[in-house]
Design a protein around this ligand. Sequence first.
Ligand code: CO
Length: 299
Amino acid sequence: MEKEILENYIKAGKIAARVREESRSRAKVGAKLFDLAEWIENRIKELGADIGFPVNISVNNIAAHFTPSKDDETTFKQGDVIKIDIGTHVNGYIGDTATTVSLGGNEDLLKASREALNEAIKIAKPGTKLGEMGTVIEQTIKKYGFKPISNLTGHGLDKYDLHAEPQIPNITNDMEYELKEGQAIAIEPFATTGSGRVNESGDVMIFMLVGPRPVRNFDARRIISFAQKRNGLPFAKRWVLSGLGMSDIRFRLALRELSTKNILHEYHVLKDVDDCKISQFEHTVIVGDKPIVTTRYEE
Ligand code: CO
């Protein structure tokens, strides 16, 4: 990897790690989810990076893709298991990292995904098969008596691309694909007390521009130009409503045309079964004989 690119990854990672650690103490009983989200996104900019994707704050049986809407009044409660998934970027090079905060209990559930991540990082070396990585993650999580979420994966990272190849599996499999020197990847094991699979809910708070084309609706045009400023990275509905001063109903009307024309990718909120709890830890890693964890926290 070129020195300049690596420096961007390192800077993005450092800031993501710092915001992640600072955010943990703010996820407490009675605090508003909305306030935490806004604090995190502002803090990223304050520290000199840009936002890689809207912060995901997913509670209990929600695994991913939840970010509060503009009028979200939810507060954290005793016993909540809160996943905070943070994305930064510097010149398009992304730092993607997640932590889980438990507001009482579930220590082993957190340990399971944290240890699975650490074990996977140890083998993030050239020549490691993706199948081996999935096996290490699954076995570590099962050792604690939980299930890995089989239909959520880590992913490669590239400039302004949060979904580069390859997908990094969280379960054992026969993928022969081998990791390569200098590849940037995000490894993110999820451990669940539930079924081990997530389903798409009807809620969508996060979007990404995939195919801009002409639209009739005036607000749809405004949303497209808002989205174009993201250079292919995801954005939140919350940002559009406050940034463009658009009402929820107008957004939803515009979305009809944007959806039927496949202009936006919609990140549905992903959930396992009711009443279950899910933990997640994630780091961004540059593959090498000594893997570089860009999102490791250093004081
Ligand atoms: Co990720």
